[in-house]
Design a protein around this ligand. Structure first.
Ligand SMILES: Nc1ncnc2c1ncn2[C@@H]1O[C@H](COP(=O)(O)OP(=O)(O)O)[C@@H](O)[C@H]1O
Ligand SMILES: [Mg+2]
Length: 615
């Protein structure tokens, strides 16, 4: 029984603060692998930048004290002015370093983004088709992608946090000259702020998770009118306003939620923000009091007064950074969750080979494919689409599958190329169950062209070559495949022949007719060295003669291969060695054209109906 629970979604729980911060080493590790030198360099610069404010403050104190000291005695100009030179030199150096830092950080960000995105693509590419049928998977993917940029913010936030921590510690050190309790006072006054940061970060994260469907919906409606393949219908049906309205409907939900959230944050913020100001006033009063008593130098007074202000600013900065660090790490959990996604965590996921050492797909294949009592229910649904299907495809056979729309023909092919495993029953190749082979090995022995094949906006040559990437640049092989598929004739008339870019995405792109795109898709199948080929109605846009001629050629050119094809044209179907008739998920007839005509059943009915229409 197919289960409808997608247990990949179990981890959608709020994480504790510690769990979130525990992710930081992983983020840093990730960055380190992406760009070690840049990460090291920017970190060093941050440490340098961290200690400068305290050093500057110290020199300010030195200046004031030296001036006060010199009053009434002969002036040593060098002695008095030296600290100013030092401060100026530090300032200049600092400006240079911060310039360097911003350049390096920019490059680092881009690097990290590239490798993070590449890992995401790699992961998505390794997941079973079943994931791509679950809307929840797209929720996850969207949220992960939206937040990739935060990896950099986390890694950037850690040294920033340490930097602010260091400078705060230094300023606190200066404040203890006045009284150690001054430090404690300021810390207590900012404690509510820590709570505030954690709370708002969590609420923002929860909001994005809750709103992700709305983000996706608005993106969907917003993207439709910008896509070339869609604009024909959008113009004809006058859908522009409809789509814009839908777009705004979802955006409005998001914006209203954000406003509500921020009003709540603002109220909270106003109630806690003024505490530190009171702390500063107390410290100032106490410092003035002690200076008046003569216990503190005027230089120290200036320093303490400034230090109290600086300490509060730093403290708030530190808490703000900590909050952002927490928030960014929280959001980035979605990225790592996706990388960690268990490929088996969805119903319909393919099982890994049962045997310890999987069996190799034989080459050449000797017997062929056999389906035994195959039934199939799409994961997450109830209806049985294939019902107790059994038939065999001996090696070298040209087998046609016919049946009405929705009969289950494409589903059958999906099982034969192992996008899915049967719910019950088995598919076997040379008497070995598909599930006992390594998946990659099966896919390597099979090639297929589907109804909804892709129009690659690449060169004509690449469009064919990707049928077998190892020959991507082998013009002879490509030319051969192109001729076999009947594509050579029109490709050689293109402005740059095989180097012409197809589609309208890129400069000088040329578009093809539906039939011409199909010829290219078939050429891809000819590139393949696979022993078994599947063609799922890739020729519907060819005219009847074009299709018949193509299949005729196809059958001759793939003599020793096993070819399984779906077509609605009986002029093509009749050429097959064996024809399988599917109705409502069952095989109702099978045999050669002659046998099925003699049977006088569904096949004969379909064949004669179509023949009459053409007559
Ligand atoms: N991914 C899917 N999830 C659930 N049901 C599906 C899916 N794909 C197809 N179906 C259902 O399976 C049935 C057979 O579809 P299909 O095999 O594509 O038919 P055919 O190729 O014969 O026209 C249809 O009723 C369709 O609604
Ligand atoms: Mg189909």
């Amino acid at each position: 029984m197919a289960s409808t629970t997608f247990n990949i979604f179990d981890t959608l729980k709020t994480r504790s603060v510690l769990e979130v911060f525990a992710l930081i080493p992983r983020v840093i590790g990730f960055m380190w692998r992406s760009a070690p030198l840049l990460l090291a360099a920017t970190s060093v610069l941050r440490v340098i930048a961290a200690v400068t404010p305290a050093i500057m403050l110290w020199f300010m104190k030195v200046i004031v004290d030296r001036v006060v000291e010199s009053l009434g005695s002969p002036i040593d100009w060098f002695y008095i002015l030296l600290p100013i030179f030092v401060i100026t030199a530090i300032r200049l150096g600092n400006a240079l370093l911060s310039q360097l830092n911003s350049i390096w950080t920019h490059i680092l960000t881009e690097r990290v983004y590239s490798s993070a995105h590449a890992q995401l693509l790699d992961k998505a590419g390794s997941l079973d088709i079943a994931f791509f049928e679950a809307p929840q998977f797209y929720d996850r993917l969207t949220q992960a992608r939206r937040n990739i940029f935060r990896i950099q913010s986390v890694a950037d936030g850690v040294p920033r946090f340490l930097q602010q921590f260091l400078s705060l510690a230094a300023v606190f050190g200066l404040l203890t000259i006045l009284h150690p309790l001054a430090v404690l006072l300021l810390i207590v006054m900012t404690l509510p702020r820590i709570y505030y940061e954690g709370y708002t970060a969590r609420r923002r994260f929860d909001m994005e998770t809750e709103m992700i469907r709305n983000y996706r919906s608005s993106d969907y409606y917003g993207d439709l009118p910008t896509q070339r393949e869609k604009i024909k219908e959008i113009r004809i049906f006058g859908l522009k306003q409809f789509l814009v309205d839908r777009f705004f409907k979802f955006r409005d939900i998001i914006v209203r939620t954000i406003i509500k959230l921020n009003i709540r944050f603002l109220k909270l913020d106003l109630s806690i923000n003024n505490l530190p100001t009171i702390g500063i006033a107390l410290i100032w009063a106490y410092a003035v009091y002690r200076t008046a008593l003569g216990e503190l130098s005027v230089g120290s007074l200036t320093m303490v007064v400034t230090a109290a202000q600086t300490a509060v600013t730093s403290l708030q900065g530190l808490i703000g950074s900590g909050g952002r660090l927490f928030q960014n790490t929280l959001f980035i959990t979605r990225f790592f969750e996706l990388l960690d996604l268990d490929p088996k965590s969805i119903s319909g996921a393919l099982e890994p080979p049962r045997a310890k050492s999987p069996i190799k797909v034989p080459s050449p294949i000797r017997r062929g494919i056999e389906l035994k009592n195959v039934s199939f229910v799409y994961p997450g649904t109830e209806a049985e689409i294939l019902k107790d299907v059994s038939f065999s495809i001996p090696v070298g056979t040209k087998l046609a599958i016919v049946g009405e729309n929705g009969a289950g023909k494409t589903t059958l092919i999906k099982l034969l190329v192992r996008f899915y495993d049967p719910t019950t029953g088995s598919v076997s190749l040379d008497r070995v169950d598909y599930r006992d082979y390594e998946l990659q090995d099966i896919r390597g022995s099979i090639s297929a062209v589907f109804q909804d094949f892709v129009h690659y906006h690449l060169s004509a040559s690449d469009n064919i070559g990707i049928g077998n990437v190892k020959h991507l640049t082998n013009r002879d092989v490509i030319l051969d495949a192109s001729k076999k598929a009947g594509a050579h004739e029109f490709v050689s008339k293109l402005p740059k022949e095989y180097d012409t870019i197809l589609g309208k995405t890129f400069d000088e792109g040329v578009d093809l007719s539906g039939g011409e795109w199909q010829n290219l898709a078939i050429a891809r199948a000819f590139m393949s060295e696979s022993q078994i080929l599947f063609l799922d109605e890739p020729t519907a846009a060819l005219d009847a003669f074009g299709e018949a001629a193509l299949y005729d050629r196809f059958a001759r050119l793939t003599e020793n291969k096993t070819v399984i094809f779906i077509s609605h044209r009986f002029s093509t179907v009749r050429m097959a060695d064996t024809i399988v008739v599917v109705e409502d998920g069952r095989i109702i007839e099978q045999g050669s054209h002659e046998e099925l005509m003699d049977l006088d059943g569904k096949y004969r009915l379909m064949f004669t109906t179509q023949a009459e229409r053409y007559a």
